[in-house]
Write a protein that binds this ligand. Structure first.
Ligand code: BG6
Length: 460
């Protein structure tokens, strides 16, 4: 079967950093067919060789697998750069002509662009009749508001069919996020302790060292809540908290979102802290008076019988000092004076699992000792090199019509509603977007907890 992957946003950050390296990896693993085509669309006037040179640099920097010259050259013969302005309807005839004598049974169109372009691309594609039954991959955020997301969703589903829409959340392609389910499904010790009776609190954090870089204009519309919380962090939350890890994933995730306690004007002050790193306003394409948040910390409650009363602390920030993504589960103490057991699922950059236990201290008079049992998966070369990177895994799934780990529309609608409500309440209560120094742990979040047990903040 021959496949074609058409990428709108062929000269964007996502294509350079993630998609091309992922496609190179698939090619190097022998998973792309000799006739497969990657068509990258952009407005710039690049010759094929120039575009190839450009992506080579990114592939060399970001591909998971070693870049071998002969493999790279062979890969590049599959990559075609097509100059067209995606915002102009009349230019879609360029795409139509391009696919005139090219026939593929498996067709993917990737919207690697800001959501403000989703509609114009969809309209434009209605004039392109040479792409057979395309699968449409949509990057987050899906739409710019809940209302617009509804509108777009109807339009896309009507034009391409419900099953043709693949809403990507690349976090669902990360090895250790998938491992959360396995850990829950296969460890008696954990499966039977996964509830309010045994768990004190859960922290889910994703801290980044980088700032917004060249994505200022996109970020000004999104902010941390829409860029990270509405999708990636809520996806992790749903996997950690879903009721039955053996049942259908999408349905289980949806149930968690349905049980999120609403954050509104009555509780936003104790539930949300937003921050902005110093210097953000000086970034390229950022309003010098911007109040957009680059940091968000939330205390979330899930009003479900499994979790009643257990706080889930979610936190994400750019330009933070200790980059990494992890889930920290703090169990209840056996006795007041005994430290709790803690389970840490490390997602990035270290991939692994750590568990803290109490043992008797060998010097008797010192009482107890806390020890960590640690497993680092990507410390082992064989696993690091053989574990597909998130985009690689998601692209491969899409090529094979496997939509199981792509986000479903109802999940997106529920998380939009939740996050829109938070934004609204924060504004209504005139809460500050707190400034924090670069390379720090973010602003103070003491508003969120005065409970000493919830002490395991990883970022703040
Ligand atoms: C993207 C966000 O979805 O995820 C970026 O738009 C963020 O702002 C990125 O930097 C983080 O992804 P990863 O895989 O590097 O953790």
């Amino acid at each position: 079967m021959n496949s074609s992957i058409t990428i709108f946003g062929g000269t964007g950050d996502l294509t350079y950093r993630k998609l091309m390296p992922a496609l190179y990896n698939l090619f190097a693993r022998g998973l792309l067919n000799g006739n497969d085509l990657i068509c990258a669309i952009g407005r710039k006037d690049y010759k094929q060789e120039d575009y190839h040179k450009l992506i080579t640099k990114w592939i060399e920097e970001f591909a998971r697998l070693e870049v071998k010259e002969e493999v790279l050259q062979a890969f590049l013969t599959h990559v075609h750069y097509l100059k067209m302005d995606l915002s102009k309807k009349e230019e879609y005839s360029i795409l139509q002509t391009f696919y005139q004598d090219r026939h593929y049974d498996n067709t993917i169109v990737y919207y690697a662009v800001a959501p403000s372009f989703f509609e114009v691309i969809t309209d434009g594609l209605s004039q392109v009749t040479n792409l057979s039954k395309p699968k449409i991959v949509l990057e987050k955020p899906f739409g710019e508001s809940l209302e617009q997301a509804f509108y777009l969703n109807e339009k896309l589903e009507a034009q391409f069919g419900k099953d043709a829409i693949y809403r990507i959340d690349h976090y669902l392609g990360k090895e250790m996020i998938r491992n959360i389910l396995t850990i829950r499904q296969t460890n008696y010790l954990i499966a039977n302790m996964w509830s309010k009776e045994h768990i004190q609190c859960v922290h889910i954090s994703a801290a980044e060292r980088v700032g917004v870089g060249s994505r200022g204009s996109y970020y000004e519309q999104a902010g941390a809540l829409k860029d990270m919380v509405q999708n990636h962090l809520l996806q992790i939350l749903t996997i950690v908290a879903l009721d039955n890890p053996d049942a259908e994933l999408a349905q289980q995730q949806k149930e968690v979102l349905e049980h999120l306690r609403v954050i509104d004007a009555s509780n936003v002050k104790d539930s949300v802290v937003l921050g902005q790193y110093e210097g953000y306003r000086l970034e390229e394409e950022v309003d010098p008076t911007s109040n957009v948040e680059t940091y968000a910390a939330l205390k979330v409650h899930i009003d479900h019988k499994r979790w009643k009363g257990v706080p889930f602390y979610i936190c994400t920030g750019k330009r933070c000092s200790h980059p990494g993504i992890e889930v920290v589960v703090t169990f209840k103490r056996m006795k007041k004076e005994v430290a709790p057991n803690v389970l840490i699922i490390k997602i990035q950059p270290t991939e692994g699992v750590d568990l803290q236990l109490n043992v008797r201290h060998p010097q008797e008079e010192l009482g107890l000792k806390q020890v960590w049992m640690e497993y680092c998966q990507n410390c082992e070369d064989i696993f690091r090199l053989n574990t597909p990177e998130a985009y690689e895994r998601m692209l491969w799934a899409c090529l094979n019509n496997d939509a199981s780990w792509f986000s479903k529309w109802d999940q997106i609608a529920l998380s939009w509603k939740y996050v829109d409500g938070i934004k609204e309440a924060y504004k209504q209560e005139q809460l500050p977007v707190k400034s924090y120094p670069v390379d720090s742990s973010g602003p103070s979040t003491s508003e969120l907890t005065n409970d000493q047990e919830d002490h395991q903040w990883r970022i703040a």
